[in-house]
Design a protein around this ligand. Structure first.
Ligand code: OAD
Length: 259
């Protein structure tokens, strides 16, 4: 039996006997949908662009047009992208009652488009905007890519900014608390396509591990999570999820047939 097959079988065993499985995803789950990752290859975003020029509050103050141009470019990629079998597989596991929640670092909205219902977006969503004026609470969901950039707040005329977490900014405490609460309940976590180096997000699988839960990782290369993963599936997310979901469905059907 290949290492791959053995790790998929072990994964199915863990998740079928888990009481509270959650998923933790990163940019790698959307790579096969054509959305660039941040790290890990020469065309990753942080190999090509400087985060301090594009993804900090200071960068936005200095040059909001430049920041918006970059977000409009990313939005045009994401708009064309379709959820792949890994996003769809997580939605199916939720539908089957196996997966309880997806905690994602991604801002692309592909989990929701795949049909997942309970999603916690730690780093915001690229299709939402908020007013950059801290005393204005305006927030909106964009229907499409903004035609005029930088867009302005309809209430106070300050500039609108993407409702995403930038370097140097804290996570929304309510969203973080929900994610920690899910991780504290979980007895297993499926970690997919993350380098596991950005904190506090990368604490989520660690919380599950420290409370005695099992950590299953799917990644094409080793990450910050790999040293403590109970199962490491070295494979593309879409293939691994297709195989996991198929075997879970087979087990469920076999259980039904025997009762
Ligand atoms: P990264 O870009 O840091 O890591 C992507 C991971 O996905 C790498 O470990 C790759 O090996 C893996 N990968 C690539 N293609 C894959 C595939 N087809 N199947 C499985 N794995 C694959 O992305 P994140 O860990 O999500 O933060 O990055 C974390 C945060 O850093 C992002 O949310 C963003 C960024 O700065 C903010 O914007 C605040």
């Amino acid at each position: 039996m290949s290492t791959y097959v053995a790790s998929i079988l072990r994964t199915v065993e863990i998740i079928m006997s888990s009481k509270y499985l959650i998923a933790f995803t990163g940019a790698g789950i959307s790579a096969e949908s054509g959305v660039p990752t941040f790290r890990g290859s020469p065309d990753s975003l942080w190999s090509r662009f400087k985060p301090e020029e594009l993804a900090t509050p200071e960068a936005f103050l200095r040059n909001p047009r430049r920041v918006w141009e970059w977000y409009v470019w990313r939005m045009s990629i994401i708009k064309k992208a379709k959820p792949n079998d890994a996003h769809l597989g997580l939605a199916r596991l939720e539908e089957l009652g196996i997966l309880k929640c997806v905690v994602t670092q991604n801002v692309d909205g592909l989990h929701s488009r795949a049909g997942s219902k309970y999603i916690i977006e730690l780093h915001g969503n690229i299709w939402r905007v908020k007013c950059s004026n801290p005393s204005c609470n305006y927030k909106a969901i964009l229907e499409d890519i903004p035609k005029e950039i930088p867009p302005k707040c309809p209430y106070c005329s300050s500039l609108l900014r993407p409702d995403v977490v930038w370097f140097g900014e804290p996570l929304d405490p309510e969203i973080w608390d929900r994610a920690v609460n899910e991780a504290s309940k979980a007895d297993a976590i499926l970690v997919i396509g993350t380098s596991g180096v950005v904190y506090p997000a990368a604490y989520i699988p660690l919380i599950v591990k420290e409370r005695g839960g099992k950590v299953i990782e799917v990644n094409i290369s080793e990450s910050g999570i790999t040293p403590y993963a109970d199962v490491f599936i070295k494979e593309k997310a879409s293939k691994a999820l297709r195989d996991i979901v198929r075997l879970c469905e087979e087990r469920i059907n076999a259980r039904k047939a025997s009762t």
